[in-house]
Write a protein that binds this ligand. Structure first.
Ligand SMILES: *Cc1c(COP(=O)(O)O)cnc(C)c1O
Length: 339
């Protein structure tokens, strides 16, 4: 099977498995796991933040950020397609007791003036604005890069109004490799950042949140409250160190493969690529074929290719570590056969 459903489907590399096997461990609730400490120190360095925390998933990282930045009864501003708003089971309300204030965006970018107008003035009727959320790359727009200028403008508005900013950077390394802007530079325009080790970077488990020392200490307590206090978890953190060391530069290959696939698909009758393929995600429209998206996905599956229907006519294809350039050629041939 060539699995293009997500970049989360990768299997840990031999080096990652070896690193798990050899990891020095201790009880991380006592902050005594040297491998976790090493990963967190490395993550703090990469993001240029004072401290970092290893968490079980991107969702946990984002929710710890919301829980730590806000108080119940506050409001957080998010772009209307943000993962935190659309795909985290309303955890911001269920867990943190805050309400979302979605703002219209263009490929994840909110207009700074709209954003500033949405920040609540001091009034007995209003919730306080507790956080602003950004996302890079932007998942719903098909892995597009949040323009750096936009991020800078938003951070300026946030600072002026003393509202903290959290960056959902589940695929921030994809954005960095594609734009040439370092993760550290991106992270210098946000108070806190979350990134996934388990997506393009290929680790089996985990994400990181990074921020000030004080913020991370408070987030650690929230993680414990949520049952996320880890024991000898250096076993699962060790592949994360390999991910940060070895797996960043190779993301360009995934981006090249995605471009090659998108160009090939666009040339085929009945198919159009809906998104700007800036990183590793393709959104393919099949309206011009005899098939609905789910029927198309079924046909693909019969031929040994896995993809996900994300709308009546839209299919998502994601390149990653376990997809080669030859696989892309195979997929193009198979799709040509189907249509
Ligand atoms: C995948 C993703 C998450 C959540 O990560 P999980 O590890 O699946 O919980 C959060 N934000 C964005 C933008 C994502 O793409």
């Amino acid at each position: 099977m060539i699995d293009l459903r997500s970049d989360t489907v990768t299997k840990p590399t031999d080096k990652m498995r070896q690193a798990s096997l050899e990891a020095e461990v201790g009880d991380d609730v006592y902050e005594e796991d040297p491998t976790i400490k090493e990963l967190e120190a490395k993550a703090a360095e990469v993001t240029g933040k004072e401290a970092a925390l290893f968490v079980t998933s991107g969702t946990q990282g984002n929710q710890l950020a919301v829980l730590t930045h806000t108080k119940p009864g506050q409001e957080i501003i998010l772009e209307e397609d943000a993962h935190i708003y659309k795909f985290e089971g309303a955890a911001i309300s269920a867990l943190a007791g805050v309400q979302p204030r979605p703002i219209k965006g263009t490929k994840g970018a909110m207009n700074p003036e709209d954003l500033e107008a949405a920040i609540r003035p001091d009034d007995i009727h209003f919730p306080e604005t507790g956080m602003i959320g950004l996302e890079n790359t932007h998942n719903q727009s098909g892995g597009t890069i949040l323009p750096f200028e936009n991020m800078k403008e938003i951070y300026e508005v946030a600072r002026r109004n003393q509202v903290p900013v959290h960056l959902d950077g589940a695929r921030l390394f994809n954005a960095s490799v594609a734009s040439g802007i370092s993760v550290q530079t991106y992270a210098s325009y946000t108070d806190t950042v979350q990134f996934c080790l388990s997506k393009g970077l290929g680790a089996p488990v985990g994400s990181i949140i990074a921020g000030s020392k004080d913020f991370i200490q408070r987030a650690r307590k929230w993680r414990k409250r949520l049952g996320g206090g880890l024991r000898q978890a250096g076993i699962i953190a060790a592949p994360g160190i390999v991910a940060l060391t070895d797996m960043v530069d190779r993301l360009t290959e995934d981006h090249k493969n995605a471009k090659k696939l998108a160009e090939g698909l666009d040339r085929l009758d009945g198919l159009t690529v809906e998104n700007d393929v800036e990183t590793n995600i393709i959104v393919l429209n099949v309206k011009g074929t005899p098939y609905t998206a789910s029927e198309f996905v079924e046909r693909l599956k019969e031929k040994g290719v896995l993809a996900g229907a994300i709308g009546p006519d839209s299919i998502r294809l994601v390149t990653h570590l376990d997809v080669t350039s030859e696989d892309i050629e195979t997929v193009l041939k198979l799709i040509k056969g189907i249509i």
